[in-house]
Design a protein around this ligand. Sequence first.
Ligand SMILES: *[C@@H]1O[C@H](CO)[C@@H](O)[C@H](O)[C@H]1NC(C)=O
Length: 317
Amino acid sequence: MSRRRVLLMLKPLDVYTARFTESSQLHRFRNPQILRYLDDRCKVHNDTISLCQDVLQRRSLDWEPFLCNRLEQPIRHVDLVISVGGDGTLLQASHFIDDSIPIVGVNSDPTRVEEVQEFSHDFDATRSTGYLCAATAGNFEQVLDEILKGHRAPSGLSRISVCINNHLLPTYALNDILVAHPCPATASWFSFRIKGDGDDGQERSPLVNCRSSGLRVSTAAGSTAAMLSAGGFPMPISSQDLQYMVREPILPGASNSHLMHGVIKSDQTMHVTWYKKQGKVYIDGSHVFHSVNHGDTIEVSSRAPILKVYLPPHLLQ
Ligand SMILES: *[C@@H]1O[C@H](CO)[C@@H](O)[C@H](O)[C@H]1NC(C)=O
């Protein structure tokens, strides 16, 4: 059997080290506890990277490390992608993976409950969120072996596809998209309706015109992230439906209020028309976005290649 090829996608270390690149004068004003905490986060993340590399080195695998913020081309010709960081690293890597290559996330620096409590009156000592990550430094070797032996199966997670003016965007969202004015203080103006994909085009919701703080659409995997914080509901991880919510709608008459939050079924598409000079479609956070202009149309559906993810046990129940 040929050697299996693994790509190790790393969260860069310099996200923790702003202190080394700025004037040392500034540090007099910074809380030393926070600087120590950032140093420790950098060290723990770096130690996890070293551990993962050691484990891969000991297996007969072809492996290569790569910084996730350096990715530009779709990932091909590997059998497994391992992301080392938190959910953000896994999301960034997912944008370069089709439905043929599975990914597993390693949370390189999990939050420690005692630490968060100890510092709760001083600062927020939360570390990486690894909701979608199946491994940590503690169990990486075991999880990897189970994957290599075929004792774990990846789940197929739905993603969101976006077309702007009938052009399919190259990036599929694993968590959510946000359609909004780039300035958070500016109202977003748009209308939307949900249509069935049947060929008669008859099945469709009323047109909803709204002024608001934007529109969020999430997958099942993303329904427990920002969507939940905004008052949405968690969806079973295997669901192919999408959930949408208009953010802070201005409701002149309440007739459409029940349409401000709902579900886009797997055989439906949401058609949005944007009515402001500037707007952005953000994909899985702030790094990936596309601009829209007055009159542009945005089509949102779950007709996208799935992502194969080895999920942590708590998501598989
Ligand atoms: C990260 O770990 C490597 C190997 O263990 C070490 O050589 C390097 O100095 C570390 N980098 C930082 C920023 O801690």
